[in-house]
Design a binder for this molecule. Structure first.
Ligand code: SAM
Length: 336
């Protein structure tokens, strides 16, 4: 039986279907494009949402028409109760949730992919910025390429498919590996997602010159593997999708928020680990759902709050405007 939930709309008539929930702002990697100078002061435990609060908030979001929940961070697998959270959220499948996914750096997957699947996780996205040990270490701050590759293998074995692999492409670091990643997608039948470097690094060292554009990514792949655009509406998907012209397995997605913004079709909002709603990755303001819940608001009052916050969703990001100000919190706090 189809579930008739309410619908969350913003003031530009965009429907919000996709919620990203950051489970923690802690991370065991030090990717230079995110947390280059070590961890900034992390929120004290009492400010973080407990798993019951996450469950309650998601319960309300699903009633409001959220169909996709992606768990992220920080590194979400550093949260010891992650299986419990997944188990609770997977129960919302009966109430309109269609997709429960996780983004992880893959470090903990060799031993835990199976338990995530058992808990009810549908899909997984694993970050992998280089296929070369030295570049991987230079970009992530940790020398664990083999372990992440083992994690990808474990996720496949556990059936967490389709597996997506995220690579942030930065000029002068891994841009020469783009076609190798495409070869990896073909060999392992995974969906490669190439992401443009965004100004979300804690060091605020981002420079436009470092952005290897979506167009350059596509051209690099096509020097070795001709691509064909995947038919159909892009909808609110972040990625432009391609398959290999020769019919090989695997898929390519190019996420180009800097050079080809897709804000007009954005269906996303975010909940940070300390319970703040962010209506855009680049928002400079946050709205404390945590305080509303902890102050004892009733369910209808919480719904009113969420609806009023969503109405404030920005029309677009302003990365390309002269007066752009990068958000104070980095991707690791916002939840990528
Ligand atoms: N720790 C998990 C991981 O590594 O996938 C989840 C959180 S991480 C912040 C989510 C995604 O954001 C990763 O794929 C990461 O590469 C991406 N990311 C972080 N900082 C970024 C930036 N400045 N530009 C583009 N993507 C970024």
């Amino acid at each position: 039986m189809a579930v008739m939930n309410r619908v969350l709309k913003d003031s530009y008539n965009r429907t919000i279907r996709d919620l990203r929930v950051s489970l923690t702002d802690r991370c065991n990697f030090r990717c230079f494009y995110c947390l280059p100078h070590g961890e900034p002061p992390i929120a004290p435990k009492e400010q973080m949402l407990s798993y019951e609060e996450i469950e309650y908030a998601c319960d309300i979001f699903v009633e409001l028409g959220i169909q996709k929940i992606r768990l992220t961070g920080g590194e979400p697998m550093m949260r010891r109760d992650i299986e419990q959270i997944i188990y609770k959220l997977a129960l919302f499948k009966d109430r309109g949730l269609e997709d429960l996914a996780l983004t992880t750096n893959g470090y903990f997957l060799p031993h835990r992919a199976e338990s995530l699947k058992k808990a009810g996780l549908d899909r997984i996205t694993i970050s992998l910025d280089s296929l070369k040990r030295d570049v991987f270490k230079q970009m992530t701050g940790v020398d664990v390429l083999d372990r992440v590759l083992e994690g990808i293998h474990a996720a496949k074995e556990a059936g967490l498919e389709p597996i997506k692999i995220n690579a942030v492409i930065v000029r002068g670091h891994n841009a020469d590996e783009v076609a190798d990643f495409a070869a990896f997608a073909r060999a392992h039948n995974v969906k490669m997602r190439f992401i443009e470097f965004m100004p979300l690094d804690s060091g605020h060292d981002w420079s436009r010159a470092d952005v290897f554009s979506g167009r350059e990514i596509r051209e690099s792949i096509e020097t070795r593997f001709p691509l064909v655009a995947v038919e159909g509406l892009r909808g609110s998907n972040t990625a432009s999708r391609f398959r290999f012209a020769d019919g090989a397995p695997g898929e390519i997605g190019i996420i180009a928020p800097v050079t080809e913004p897709f804000c007009g079709a954005c269906s996303r909002i975010r909940l940070t680990a300390d319970g703040q709603i962010r209506t855009c990755l680049f928002s400079t303001v946050e709205h404390s759902l945590r305080d509303v819940i902890r102050d004892g608001a009733s369910r209808p009052e919480i719904i009113d709050f969420i609806e009023s916050v969503v109405m404030k969703k920005e029309p677009r990001h302003f990365i390309n405007d002269p007066g752009f100000i990068a958000p104070a919190r980095t991707m690791s706090f916002i939840g990528g």
